[in-house]
Design a binder for this molecule. Sequence first.
Ligand SMILES: Cc1cc2nc3c(=O)[nH]c(=O)nc-3n(C[C@H](O)[C@H](O)[C@H](O)COP(=O)(O)OP(=O)(O)OC[C@H]3O[C@@H](n4cnc5c(N)ncnc54)[C@H](O)[C@@H]3O)c2cc1C
Length: 496
Amino acid sequence: MNRAYDVIVIGSGFGGSLTGLILSRLGYRVAILDRRSHPRFAIGESSTPLADQTLHRLAERFHFPWLSPLSRYGTARCISDIVVGAKRGFSYFQHQPDAPFDAGQKHQHELLVAASSTTKTADTHWHRGSVDAWFASHLEAHQVDLFENCHLETIDLDARHRWLLSCTVQDAPIQFQSHFVIDATGRRGLLLDHLNIPRRSNTLRTRTRAIYGHFADVTPWHQLLDPALCDDHPFPCDQAAVHHLIDEGWMWQLGFDHGVTSCGIVFAGDDGPSEKPLQHWNSVVARYPTLQQQFASSRLVAPRDGLVSSGRLQSIADRCAGDHWLCLPATAGFVDPLHSTGIAHTVTAIESIADMFSAGPTSTVAPAALQRYNDCLLDEIRWVDRLVSTCYAARVDFELFVVATMLYFAAATYSEQTGDPASPKTSFLGADNKSLRQAIDSVADRIHGAVYDKPTPAVVRDLTAYAVQTIEPFNQVGLFAPPVNHMYSSTAADGS
Ligand SMILES: Cc1cc2nc3c(=O)[nH]c(=O)nc-3n(C[C@H](O)[C@H](O)[C@H](O)COP(=O)(O)OP(=O)(O)OC[C@H]3O[C@@H](n4cnc5c(N)ncnc54)[C@H](O)[C@@H]3O)c2cc1C
């Protein structure tokens, strides 16, 4: 069988599906190919204000009334067929091995940063299996053909700039033709491999790997805290991207409304474990008594074949766009789950793709636009690497980690709150803003310099003062000056 399209998207995660839906709206004939079928387990579940703003804009611009509710927890929770969770912000808890968690009388060992002012306007944890299936369920109504269980054997670009893809779908061979191919296969990078495009992962500073899965019956963290010390938490600390900082790295916890929690341990350094993932997980949790208590009655519910062990997480391709092709961000490169940048970066890039293709199928996407997309996307990934690797370096001291984290919040909130929310951002996390980057770089350089020796409290104090002063022009939300130590209630993008 032969099928001809204007654009073929490989991969039907939410990124591939949303891209396909938009291109179809713009008049392109689109097919999406995926080697698996929905619903399936997927990771990467925590949205941010930037992700929500962008999603809302795309829903309005392309008249997808069904999509808009996903951009706020208050409305997302009413969408039948998907599972979500409330994310009021980011919570961080600093643990010591072999000792119960101690928040400190003045929150010395915890940090809460609000990203929204109410649960209704909060960001959302997406249970990706259900959310991706929901996106895919809208394809047919928008004339996008989805081919699941589709195994790609060859991909070639012929002399007439026509892509030829040979596939088997349920043992039946199909030949696809298209003018343009988009690689939305996430970390797999199928098209990149076919084009022999190398990855330059060693040029990224962040070096981590992860073990992760979905658990039921994880005790909510606030139940293990002293209630007297939670009175001034700006939001319920579990309604967040919860970070438990441990010697090995950190653990994320993202709670969904149906009682399942996405949990993962991210290990600083990329040496592989000698133990099996579950043994390794258990041995790490056992070092931290309060985490052990939290997981005492828990059980793994997904994926069915056990915890996933990732290998090194970081990658960056040499190129991410070229002659009649491009990749989505998760394929072009990936840094780390820290700061939850993935969903926001993906939808930001999709908005640029929509602009590039807006002239419709009768014209071709200009090579100069593809070159710009390539250069911006790779630069943005390196910018995320800069922000994330500085936090990893700063982990030696919680106060220093807080300073490094504020650099990310400065970039994120400045980018969220400048300009018209109805207009697209020019780049992700202000990557194209030279003065913002210079300011953050200069603080980051000092942090990297300070961690060669264990920094003294005086060094951390001086560095904090320097950060306050340097970040000041970009600090629109009171970073470094919370109403209560480490408790930020007013960084919200929703106008609080
Ligand atoms: C450990 C981890 C934690 C993360 N946590 C967060 C987070 O908290 N917040 C956040 O915003 N982001 C997070 N991310 C990033 C997030 O997962 C990605 O940004 C997001 O998944 C990108 O979506 P996508 O649709 O582009 O790709 P994916 O979700 O990766 O989807 C790729 C699709 O391609 C298909 N595919 C793969 N190979 C082939 C093939 N050979 N042929 C055909 N189809 C194929 C797959 O079946 C899948 O459907 C995390 C990532 C990792 C690795």
